[in-house]
Ligand binder design. Structure first.
Ligand SMILES: [Zn+2]
Ligand SMILES: [Zn+2]
Length: 253
């Protein structure tokens, strides 16, 4: 696929834990030759008024060569499960710290609004194990690699979930997300689509319809058709990362 590249799961100063202005992210996109950015602000401290400003600012940055799609990353009240809501116009302030027992309602609302729900960083806080199977089943797509949580390789449990769904005859889009909070942490990991998205809706439908592939540097990866070899690679990279993190913790003590 030639097409154009973009990045998914990016934060700006509309998120409580980030200080990067949206305009700086557009500059980054231009520097890196990206045609779109899926901007996913944390729901945690977001208000409806701030969300309105966020959407307006993101859309004002759009031009003939660049699309910034505003979206929200909803957190549960215990902050352990995060769900990206792509292609959804309203912000639901009542679910900004979603009680875990209302996750199903959040997913229903995303679907009714024509959006796509994505389970973010399934390995973080064991999110994928905490989800009731019937709730996990209703999430449209899975982030199989997250820049902050997984860092060096794909999430083995996320890949197994993709394989499980495919075996059940129900493919799920597998996405890679940078979870970018600082421009300095940028890495060339994102998705490539066949042509420049004409609108936010166009981009959402490309994701829903598997009309994209993931890229990692110069490599392309059809993560939605991943197999056992990817799971092994994910297990190895996760083991190496867990060891490195444990060593770092020991050094700090
Ligand atoms: Zn998150
Ligand atoms: Zn995030």
């Amino acid at each position: 696929m030639s097409g154009v590249r973009g990045i998914v799961h990016v934060h700006s100063d509309f998120s409580f834990d980030c200080s990067t202005p949206l305009a700086r992210i557009k500059d980054l996109a231009r520097e890196k030759g990206l045609s779109f950015v899926v901007q996913t602000e944390h729901s945690n401290e977001l208000t409806a008024a701030a969300h309105r400003r966020f959407v307006d600012e993101a859309r004002a940055l759009r031009d003939d060569a660049f699309l910034m799609m505003p979206a929200v990353e909803y957190a549960t009240a215990d902050n352990r499960i995060h769900v990206l809501a792509l292609g959804v116009e309203p912000f639901w302030e009542d679910l900004r710290l979603c009680p875990p027992e209302r996750l199903g309602e959040l997913l229903d609302r995303i679907r009714d609004a024509g959006g796509v729900s994505v389970l973010a960083h399934p390995e973080r806080a064991n999110a994928i194990e905490r989800l009731a199977p019937e709730v996990l089943d209703r999430i449209d797509a899975v982030e199989v690699w997250n820049g902050k949580t997984d860092r060096v390789g794909p999430s083995p449990r996320a890949l197994l979930e993709i394989i499980r769904r495919r075996r059940g005859g129900r493919p799920a889009p597998a996405l890679v997300g940078l979870d970018l909070h600082r421009v300095a942490d940028y890495r060339p990991v994102g998705i490539r689509v066949e042509r420049r998205p004409e609108s936010e809706r166009d981009l959402v439908e490309m994701i829903r319809g598997f009309r994209y592939e993931c890229f990692i540097g110069p490599l392309s990866w059809d993560a939605s058709s991943c197999g056992g070899a990817s799971v092994v690679a994910g297990r190895l990279s996760k083991a190496a990362l867990d060891l490195a993190r444990a060593a770092k913790r020991r050094l700090r003590r």
